[in-house]
Design a protein around this ligand. Structure first.
Ligand SMILES: *Cc1c(COP(=O)(O)O)cnc(C)c1O
Length: 446
């Protein structure tokens, strides 16, 4: 597929931003030149996937397309019970809504925003325990997505196993900088969960990208295929939730995969109430065809190599230019350390949001803040409790942009570097209670 890009002037973009209340989520996509808002659902599909779309079986029950999708996921995850959902968070709401509720807690390397929101919405709480190395953006470390297993032991003992909804290992760790999790860490987490009889769920949105890093950074796996590495990781868990909008290489879809029949049965009943019957769960037959094919393609060595290397090209060049980024570059995105880049802006002036606005103004590039706008909360006096990091994510859609698009992004950064000392902070003028970054309104400070 080829899509036209409409170029715009800086004046026009200032106007678009004003209409969007300085929130890039409220911009019209046709006014964006390079869209790095997310890698979610933005993949270009292959010829084989489009061919599959034509063959979709739209039967309400027992669709042939569902059987293909189910077989592929069952083979990869090793889980007996597979439930389709229209996207990742639908699976999260069902599984974590069922396991959660007041008095329970969930523990993760880092809960993704929708994961945390669904857990908290159920009345439960979510605790993040990334390893210390993961919180230092400039530190080079091969598996910064790992979970702190010592803290995990402590937390389980302290809160008691019966109060733990689940331990969730997010691979790669999206909110923690798209950093990979090692097999050794997954194994250690699995052993602790088993010892205490606590449910171990993997958020496997980027399982193929994570497998790439394991093969090239964890000696023991250098001769394994990417798919076998993924299978091995699933094997360590009690199940998984996945947004197929990431490593499913499709525009819409998700699943829950479980090993326990009773838990699967409870989730299936909830699925039927809100998502649809258990053989489509909010998806069209044609979507399920594209998913079955996408899940095969994502593990191809040529694809994965291109994928990780092209993200690395953007990251390495920004790094050379002196832009502080989360090192080493993750799989699906480059994360800029906005606290370091706009070091004159205090966290309650949201340096990440400020950089997101400047990127759009200067170059029509849309990115997203992953910092105190997304994860900040307030204390009893209304003072901001900031997120540990103020990051800006440049997410790379899969199979969409070429090296010349990336070179344009680098040129825009040259300009931002020149003007960075004059950057202005922002304040929030309107915000909802949950997931405020999607709909909040902002004002640039004078
Ligand atoms: C995208 C994502 C989700 C949620 O999936 P949606 O399809 O957007 O609902 C959950 N966890 C992680 C790590 C993600 O990246």
């Amino acid at each position: 597929m080829v899509e036209p890009i409409r170029m715009s002037s800086e004046e026009e973009r200032m106007e678009y931003l004003e209409i969007a209340r300085n929130n890039p989520f409220l911009l019209h996509s046709e006014n964006v030149i390079i869209d790095l808002l997310t890698d979610s659902g933005t993949s270009a599909m292959s010829a084989k996937q489009w061919a599959g779309v034509m063959e979709g079986d739209e039967s309400y029950a027992g669709s042939r397309s569902w059987l293909k999708m189910e077989a592929e996921i069952r083979e990869q995850t090793g889980c007996e019970y597979i439930l389709p959902t229209h996207q990742g968070r639908a699976g999260e709401r069902i599984l974590y809504g069922h396991l959660g509720g007041a008095g329970t807690i969930f523990i993760s390397n880092t809960h993704f925003d929708t994961t945390r929101a669904n857990i908290e919405f159920s009345g439960s709480s979510a605790i993040d325990i990334p390893i210390a190395e993961g919180k230092e953006p400039s530190l080079e470390y091969p598996f910064k997505g790992n979970m702190d297993t010592e803290k995990l032991e402590e937390l389980i003992t302290h809160h008691m196993p019966q109060n733990i909804g689940a331990v969730i290992l997010t691979v790669t760790n999206n909110s923690g900088g798209g950093q990979p999790v090692s097999m050794a860490n997954a194994k250690a987490v699995g052993e602790i969960c088993k010892k205490h009889d606590v449910l171990f769920i993997m958020d496997s949105c980027r399982i193929a990208e994570n497998a790439y890093f394991i093969k090239h950074r964890e000696k023991e796996f250098e001769n394994h295929t990417y798919k076998d590495i993924a299978k091995e990781m699933y094997r360590l868990t009690d199940g998984a939730v996945m947004s197929l909008k990431k490593d499913g290489l499709v525009n819409m879809g998700g699943f829950i995969a479980l090993k326990d029949p009773e838990l699967a049965e409870a989730c299936k009943n909830l699925l039927i109430i809100t998502e649809g019957f258990a053989t489509y769960g909010g998806l069209s037959g044609r979507d399920m065809e594209a998913i079955a094919q996408g899940l095969k393609e994502v593990f191809r060595p040529d694809y994965l190599r291109y994928r990780i290397k092209s993200t690395g090209f953007l990251g390495d060049n920004l790094h050379k230019m002196g832009v502080p980024i989360m090192r080493p570059t993750g799989g699906h995105a480059v994360y800029i350390d906005a606290k370091a880049f706009y070091s004159h802006l205090p966290v309650d002036q949201y340096p990440g949001q400020a950089l997101v606005l400047d990127l759009y103004k200067k170059g029509g590039i849309r990115a997203v803040e992953i910092g105190s706008v997304m994860f900040g909360t307030y204390d009893a006096n209304g003072k901001l409790i900031p997120s540990p990091m103020e990051l800006v994510r440049l997410a790379m859609p899969r199979r969409v942009y070429t090296q010349s698009h990336v070179e344009y992004i680098l040129e825009v950064f040259q300009e931002l570097i020149r003007e960075k000392d004059n950057a202005k902070g922002v304040r929030i003028v309107k915000e909802p209670k949950f997931l405020r970054h999607f709909t909040a309104h902002f004002e640039v400070m004078g």
